[in-house]
Design a protein around this ligand. Structure first.
Ligand SMILES: *Cc1c(COP(=O)(O)O)cnc(C)c1O
Length: 366
């Protein structure tokens, strides 16, 4: 058996012929960027999230840059995030000219270690970006308290957590601005790059709208230096179609994650901790294992596409060499980068796929 990480073709279900008809019409009509299709998707996603405003943009990285720009964050400002995030979170902070400030990961949740926040906050700190990494919602109480005490903005990086909830509220709506990616690898996937910036605030929304269109507020009247980052009609059409199935897919991901945890319970492995009141969406299913590299080799040899996300923590990325971070400065992020392994997780997996993978893992430990 060959077990791939993605099965894009399954995501179309019965819908592909209908989509092709719509696409042909769209191609002939000639309206391609920020069209009615984009408005429809923005409305649909805002209803889904229960948030006032959604702005479709080019990708998740742009969503983060636009969120920072909308909050007037730039040179001289500091923004806190975690050392074990995907590179884009920190690249976005650098792109607006602000200074990224890192805290370590928490060893149980693999999320931002909130106990370190007080030690890194300064007069210059303007915002914090919690990352709902691997689809697990960041417990927000500590973040809210901290942000309030220091008057910081909260930008959620929800690129891996479409639909995840804490106490019934979807992530992306728990701070000032939420950022999503619809890269094909994500739980809600476009057919290329796409992203969204969401907010409840009318002022931020107006600014984000202008910023994604080169800072334009009326034809050829540019009041900000923005990006050109507008969602395409074709991506919006695809996303609208798939959004209808997102909850069912996420539910299946949770079932698969539970099955993995049950079948692997007796082995020397640990999992990302879960809390009561939260609903994770398992963008990635991580197991933590001291013999990670050997286990990955064994699974890959048996045609199971287990991968490492992410092999290099932020502070050890070559692009950030000049930032003064040291090896060993964020020991948990470093440890997790050596010990975490992603098992394939796809909504279309049958119980047979899961058993096959778990059997190979048990074999490895025998
Ligand atoms: C994918 C991702 C991004 C960037 O999204 P793109 O659409 O690829 O630009 C940002 N943050 C996290 C945590 C991601 O996983």
């Amino acid at each position: 058996m060959q077990i791939e990480r993605y099965n894009y073709s399954d995501q179309w279900g019965e819908q592909l012929p209908h989509l092709m008809v719509d696409l042909e019409k769209m191609l002939r009509d000639g309206h391609y960027v920020l069209t009615e299709e984009v408005k429809d998707f923005e409305n649909q996603f805002s209803e889904y999230l229960k948030v006032n405003y959604v702005n479709g943009v080019n990708c998740g990285t742009d969503a983060l840059i636009l969120a920072l720009l909308a909050l007037d964050i730039g040179p001289g400002d500091e923004v806190i995030t975690q050392a074990n995030t995907f590179y884009a979170t920190v690249a976005a902070i650098c792109w607006v000219g602000a200074t990224p400030v890192l805290v370590d990961a928490n060893e149980q949740s693999f999320l931002l270690e909130t106990s370190q926040l007080d030690a890194v906050v300064t007069e210059k700190t303007r915002a914090i970006i919690p990352v709902h990494l691997y689809g697990k919602p960041t417990p927000m109480e500590a973040i809210w308290t901290f942000a309030k005490r220091h008057q910081l903005f909260i930008i959620e990086d929800a690129a891996q957590a479409h639909g995840a909830k804490i106490h019934g509220k979807r992530v992306g709506t728990l701070g000032d601005i939420g950022c999503f990616s619809f890269h094909p690898s994500k739980n809600l996937a476009a057919v290329g790059d796409a992203g969204a910036v969401v907010t409840d605030c009318d002022t931020y929304n107006k600014k984000i709208k202008a910023l994604r269109s080169l800072g334009q507020v009326a034809p050829y009247e540019h009041v900000f230096i923005g990006l050109n980052s507008k969602m395409d009609a074709i991506q919006a059409k695809v996303l609208s179609l798939k959004l209808n199935r997102l909850d069912a897919w996420n539910q299946r991901r949770r079932e698969i994650a539970a099955a993995y945890q049950q079948q692997l319970a007796s082995l020397p492995l640990t999992f990302q901790a879960t809390n009561t009141g939260e609903e994770a969406v398992y963008h990635l299913f991580q197991i933590r294992c001291e013999q990670r590299d050997k286990l990955q080799g064994y699974l890959n040899k048996h045609a199971i596409d287990a991968v490492v996300r992410y092999p290099t923590p932020i502070h050890q990325q070559p692009a950030f060499q000049q930032r003064g971070w040291r090896c060993g400065q964020f020991p948990i992020a470093e440890k997790l980068s050596r010990e975490l392994l992603c098992l394939p997780i796809r909504p279309d997996f049958t119980d047979m796929h899961i058993s096959y993978i778990c059997d190979r893992i048990r074999e490895f430990f025998q």
